[in-house]
Design a binder for this molecule. Structure first.
Ligand SMILES: Cc1cc2nc3c(=O)[nH]c(=O)nc-3n(C[C@H](O)[C@H](O)[C@H](O)COP(=O)(O)O)c2cc1C
Length: 202
């Protein structure tokens, strides 16, 4: 029997009027449908982290953090077997609030896969390229496939409630004859199960 894996969707923006809720709740719904997957949302608005200013690198904190919000954030990240980060592009990069959330902790990320859902003029591709580099430094395993929202999906989803109608995201299932959503989860869950077993075996 396959054991349950925990996949956390990280909603990477916090600004008033953000779009990020739409893709985050959509991909959360898609993950929740999958057998053997326990899906949850980590909304950075629920973790008002201070701007990182610790005297030591979090890799040297031994998993003990003095700030209560950081402790809560670390606990949630530690519970996850995999992550889906939902990120826009801000000035050809990713949001500072997301980098701050990555930087605050360290061992909790290690040896876990990470996939990306992104949006922006170029589907947020430039933000994802940078996020992959950050993930590697955190000893994470970014998967090759990412879900870049086409601009027409972005504008259609903008009008949707939360959670949005999943039909709005249908083009991601049918682009160039490929169901990118199915393949994204195939890749993510393969890595999630492999790495979970490897972590358990030490
Ligand atoms: C500070 C800022 C910088 C942006 N820079 C870019 C950019 O470089 N490329 C791009 O495609 N979109 C850019 N945008 C547009 C965002 O991708 C778009 O507003 C998106 O909805 C932001 O995500 P959010 O609504 O979840 O905050 C920028 C938006 C903001 C607020």
């Amino acid at each position: 029997m396959t054991s349950i894996v925990t996949v956390k969707v990280i909603l990477g923006t916090t600004r008033e009027g953000r779009f990020g809720d739409k893709p985050a709740h959509w991909i959360l719904g898609e993950a929740a449908k999958l057998p053997g997957v326990e899906a949850g949302l980590l909304d950075l608005r629920d973790f008002p982290l201070p701007f990182f200013d610790r005297p030591r690198s979090p890799g040297r904190e031994g998993g003990v953090y003095p700030h209560p919000v950081v402790t809560r954030w670390a606990e949630q990240v530690a519970k996850a077997d995999a992550f889906i980060v939902v990120s826009p592009e801000y000035n050809h990069g990713y949001p500072a609030v997301l980098k701050n959330a990555f930087d605050h902790i360290y061992p909790e990320w290690a040896r876990k896969p990470i996939g990306f859902v992104s949006y922006g003029n170029a589907g947020g591709a430039r933000a994802v390229e940078q996020l992959r580099l950050v993930a590697v430094e955190l000893q994470m395993w970014p998967i090759q496939r990412a879900l870049h929202l086409p601009v027409e999906v972005y504008f259609a989803a903008m009008k949707e409630p939360i959670p949005p109608n999943p039909e709005v995201f249908e083009p991601l299932h049918t682009q160039h004859g490929v169901d990118h959503v199915v393949r994204f989860f195939d890749d993510l869950l393969w890595a999630t199960r492999a790495l979970k077993a490897a972590r358990a075996s030490g």
